[in-house]
Design a protein around this ligand. Sequence first.
Ligand code: 2P0
Length: 348
Amino acid sequence: MRADLPTPLAARERPTARRATAVAHPNIALIKYWGKRDEHLVLPRVDSLSMTLDVFPTTTSVRLAPEAGQDVVTLDGRAADGEALRRVVDFLDLVRARAGTTHRAVVDSENTVPTGAGLASSASGFAALAVAAAAAYGLGLDATALSRLARRGSGSASRSVFGGFVVWHAGSGTPQEADLGSCAEPVPTGALDPALVVAVVDAGPKPVSSRTAMRHTVDTSPLYEPWASSSKADLAEMRTALLAGDIEAVGQIAERNALGMHATMLAARPAVRYLAPATLTVLDSVLELRRDGVPAYATMDAGPNVKVLCRRADAARVAEAVQAAVPAGTVHIAGPGPGARLSDEDGR
Ligand code: 2P0
């Protein structure tokens, strides 16, 4: 008996090894996402709006490894463990459930953004993972479905699936209905030639994850609900300002929305404070630019770094002023960037 020959059934069961690589860029919210209504489904309490950047891409490859007993995840050349590994494995479990397979994967992800520095590495990371994993497992999803899927890895990743200015709808109704409705889409804009000057004043990891901080803020901050309702009005005004190509209005709305979000955290009990002395130094330099007639407006995320919105034509001057304010910091100029996409690294 030739027991070593594969039977037709065994041959059928052997999957086609699939591999895909995707690239995604981070995004910076001008109307912030802060607070969830459903932790498991990653449903936000508020709509948010962002600009996808053309700097700091994440490249992620996913290779199905049917022979493997567990997922192998490498982040920036190091084996992932703990919370980072758990989040990737949970995400792959979701993809596997949809693909109807239990095959493990080998994931390799390279970030060019300083991880954990409040520069949204989880947005580019999970957007790239969603696109690569969906392709490797053969899900055949369109961009909207990819955005919905990326959201489950990290909320802000739903926005990085699209390029340029993007709105992420909170979704409404039952959790199941909101799960369907909560995805991102591009936002129409008028003539706008924007830049975001990114001032990295501290590239170290943040003391509290945004996931933990937003939960704590929703649970304890008396300022959370007022901010969330004013954020709705901010979003409506932001859409009008973008359509009009009015960079000053866009900047004013973004700055007040971000400062309001930080106010909710400062009022949490106990307070969560991401803003550092160097953050305020940059904010002062932005005020000074405005006094000198340069439209420049600041926004900050879950970290001390500052992103300054301005006209592309003013970006070099803004970068110079910000760099002079924080000589020890690193300053980058970003423009609007592309949505997440498969790369042709795999011969596509
Ligand atoms: C934003 N941030 O809109 C806001 C502003 C930080 C401050 O999205 O828990 O890493 O994975 O959904 O996406 C950071 O939150 O949080 C974030 P999870 P995520 O960009």
